[in-house]
Design a binder for this molecule. Structure first.
Ligand SMILES: [Zn+2]
Ligand SMILES: [Zn+2]
Length: 141
């Protein structure tokens, strides 16, 4: 049996990553920090255990966006790629917009709903959390 491998990378191809096995979770984040860092109203992330993430080409440059939080991007083309934080040292969050394939990776929930832009709406049935949640608390909707 072959293990699931998903690949992705930045717009110019200087950074290419490889994700092995199963992700931890996938979610839509509406926080203002993601919005500004990636330049869109909502960012969709997929999280993997760090030891299942490797780089086939290059590596992201890292910018500390708040204490203990690093956002990785391609130094050549600027594509935002990953999120890492000291409070979750064994995880890497990847922006799903940079994946080569989007099959079987549907998001599970919305987080930071309280910071969502007012003109963007969703008609899905996914749980919505006011702030960040790993899905173990009670959603607000
Ligand atoms: Zn690039
Ligand atoms: Zn966010």
């Amino acid at each position: 049996m072959s293990e699931q491998v998903i690949e992705g990378g930045c717009r110019c191809g200087a950074v290419r990553y490889r994700l092995r096995g199963l992700p931890l979770f996938t979610l839509h984040c509406h926080c203002a920090d993601c919005r500004r860092s990636a330049g869109g109203p909502v960012q969709t992330w997929i999280s993997y255990p760090k030891d299942q993430v490797s780089y086939a080409a290059g590596e992201p440059n890292r910018h500390q966006s708040s204490p203990g939080v690093w956002r990785g991007f391609c130094a050549a083309c600027g594509t935002p790629l990953v999120y890492e934080a000291t409070r979750i040292p064994d995880e890497v969050h990847i922006l799903v917009g940079t994946l080569d394939s989007h099959i079987t990776l549907a998001p599970e929930r919305h987080v930071w709903w309280e910071e969502k832009v007012p003109w963007l709406d969703f008609d899905d049935d996914l749980p919505r959390y006011a702030r960040f949640s790993r899905g173990d608390a009670k959603p607000i909707a």
